[in-house]
Design a protein around this ligand. Structure first.
Ligand code: PLP
Length: 446
């Protein structure tokens, strides 16, 4: 061992002086403050209806136009969360009760929750351990006559293999709804994530590279999907800006609809922050590539593979301990050792999504809905008198997701994410990681 590990009383690799240089997220600029103040001075706080029936929401309308242009799609709708954006994307495509949607076993719980908000059933597929994204080869065997859509998740901002996913969807006549919650501005073969599927959803929550606190953006190129999604998000308001001049437009009033509307303050802040999104993303990409390079020769360290022609936001940088004897115990020892060195390290997700209680218990809305409902037969097998267990929700069916989660850590935290840190902080973390990884045998003593 070259230098004693900090966890055993040695000097810290990352000094307090370096830690003091970290940048807190989400920082607010003078431009952000001016944008918000302008809304307060204008006095229009929400999309209100004028006497002629037109809804006036200058910031929200401008944001929708600007983000649609940024992604390269025709329509955008601002809503109050990424989960809401996912839900209306599904509803806009007509996904509903009795339908199944195939998605990744590795994501945030909001992905399958949104599927259930649309009253449909999430069906999971395992990931590719190198890209951390949906393994396209595993989608087809999960397709049943009930499958209506595929929901790929661009994990940490790295686009999924959209050519292959689109080909599977075309072959089986399925919708593709991208969960681009972490992928604002990521590129796949020259096009932005969110412009490949029938619809896509982005999150603007406080932890994200593009954040306003809470919010979401839905996008699509399809007018019908847009109009249906808009109605679901806005209590059935039709494609004219509202319910019509005299509130008589009931075209979408047959749907179950929600109030997912946004405030003008949020939209103004989003517009201001959209202007520097590319700068934030570049910082994340550069820092991640720097870390990849500095850790490239370090034994047992591996990271998310970025395929050619792709960029990623690096919403999170996941570092894998690629050694044959790695288990949760060793991962936790490495976690403690990295923390002791001063490296900002966190955990994000410990289990594949199908292992979450909501899928193990399948209580759903309280009556096993959406799995069992008035229109289903015995499609979902009953394994005991009181528990419904779907084959698809067995943890052991997701070895890659489990392996990734048991053997990896996230470098940086939500308060000090990789995409806004100075280069010297990242270089110093690399030194700490190298020190710990080169001395794994010291940690792994019985
Ligand atoms: C992959 C993924 N999907 C969906 C969401 C939901 O977004 P929100 O928190 O804005 O509802 C998130 C947010 O964390 C996410 O990371």
């Amino acid at each position: 061992m070259t230098e004693k590990l900090a966890v055993f009383g040695g000097p810290k690799a990352v000094s307090d002086k370096i830690l003091a240089k970290r940048i807190f997220w989400p920082y607010v600029t003078e431009d952000d403050k001016k944008a918000v103040m302008a809304v307060l001075e204008r006095g229009i706080l929400f999309g209100h209806t004028e006497a002629d029936g037109k809804v006036i929401a200058p910031e929200t309308e401008a944001l929708q136009k600007e983000f649609a242009e940024y992604i390269g799609v025709k329509y955008c709708l601002a809503v109050n969360s990424g989960t809401a954006a996912l839900h209306i994307a599904l509803a806009g495509c007509g996904v509903g009760i009795g339908d199944e949607v195939i998605t990744s076993a590795f994501s945030y719980i909001a992905t399958p929750m949104a599927i259930m908000h649309a009253h449909a059933v999430p069906v999971f597929a395992d990931i590719d351990i190198d890209t951390h994204n949906l393994d396209v080869g595993r989608i087809e065997k999960n397709i049943t006559p009930r499958t209506k859509a595929i929901m790929p998740v661009h994990m940490n901002g790295l686009p999924c293999d959209m050519d292959k996913i689109s080909a599977v969807a075309r072959k089986h006549n399925l919708f593709v709804i991208e969960d681009a919650a972490q992928a604002w501005g990521s590129v796949y073969k020259g096009k932005k994530a969110g412009s490949f599927g029938n619809a896509a959803a982005f999150s603007l929550n406080g932890t994200k590279n593009f954040s306003v606190g809470e919010g979401g953006l839905f996008v699509t190129d399809d007018k019908d999907i847009y109009e249906r999604a808009r109605a679901v998000a806005m209590m059935g308001a039709g494609p004219g800006e509202s319910f019509g001049e005299d509130y008589s437009d009931k075209r979408f009033q047959h749907l179950i609809t929600y109030n997912y509307k946004v405030q003008e303050l949020t939209s103004a802040l989003a517009r201001s922050r959209l202007r520097r999104l590319d700068k934030v993303n570049k910082c994340g990409f550069d820092n991640a590539l720097l870390l990849n390079r500095l850790l490239g020769q370090v034994k047992n360290a591996s990271f998310q593979t970025i395929s050619g022609g792709c960029t990623s936001t690096f919403y999170k940088y996941r570092l894998r301990i690629d050694s044959p004897d790695v288990d949760k115990k060793l991962r936790d020892q490495i976690f403690t050792a990295l923390k002791a060195e001063g490296v900002d390290v966190t955990m994000w997700q410990q289990d594949p999504l199908p292992a979450f209680p909501v899928f193990q218990e399948m209580a759903g809305y309280g009556k096993y809905c959406p799995w069992i409902h008035a229109f289903t037969s015995d499609h979902y097998k009953i394994f005991s008198s009181s528990w419904f267990v779907n084959e698809n929700y067995r943890r052991e069916n997701y070895p890659n997701t489990q392996k990734l989660l048991d053997s990896s850590l996230v470098i940086c935290s939500e308060s000090y994410p990789i995409f806004c840190q100075p280069k010297e902080v990242i270089e110093s973390y690399a030194g700490g990681i190298k020190k710990v990884f080169e001395n794994i045998s010291e940690l792994n003593r019985p």
